[in-house]
Design a protein. Structure first.
Length: 192
């Protein structure tokens, strides 16, 4: 293995999730075994099984844990007025949630075939539809609907597309957020 892993979180369940996600990203989901996860953590397979019976259980739990802030954001936003300021605040908070869940989204990108097979693929799609509904106005001009959709997907695309561009990761995230905010403002002003 050779690499030293520094789990971000403390309890055993979270350490298992962190190491599994790192191994899935390095080697791929299919090529990573539960035995390998246990060995990397220096725990017995029985200790691993106490928390997770399968690799899918690990991925599903990661998905639920790391996307919970997004679900809470959607719930909050649905109770807010559909103003430009609300939409901007949703984009800001969503950008923060995406940043926190970046390892999960890298896993999803690298393991698309697996994602289609796992139960979380459909719930991710449903979450995206809910997020889009927060921004898009059904009676808006088509170009403004596209701007709203593009604002959201700009945040997603940037997680992958900007990896090869030089610069501070924080500056790149800020630039992406600025573009997304501009797109929402353009769509909103066209209505006003």
């Amino acid at each position: 293995m050779g690499t030293t892993r520094q789990p971000r979180r403390g309890n055993t369940r979270q350490r298992i999730q962190d190491v599994a996600l790192e191994l899935f990203a390095e080697q791929g989901y299919e090529k990573t075994s539960l035995r390998e996860i246990a060995e990397t953590l220096d725990v017995t397979k029985a200790a691993l099984y106490y928390h997770f019976k399968t690799k899918e259980d690990i991925v599903v739990s990661l998905f639920q844990d790391l996307t919970r802030p997004m679900d809470e954001l959607i719930e909050w936003a649905q109770d807010q007025p559909r103003t430009l300021e609300t939409k901007k605040e949703v984009l800001r908070r969503y950008n923060d949630a995406l940043t926190a869940a970046a390892p999960l989204f890298r896993f999803m990108q690298e393991n698309q075939a697996t994602m289609r097979e796992l139960s979380i693929g459909e719930s991710f799609k449903d979450r995206m539809i809910s997020m889009l509904a927060l921004f898009r106005e059904p009676d808006a001009e088509l170009t403004d609907q596209v701007r709203c959709i593009s604002a959201l997907f700009t945040l997603h695309a940037a997680m992958f597309a900007l990896n090869d561009i030089e610069g501070d990761p924080e500056d790149k995230r800020d630039a992406v957020l600025e573009v997304a905010l501009d797109l929402i403002a353009q769509a909103h002003h066209a209505r006003g």
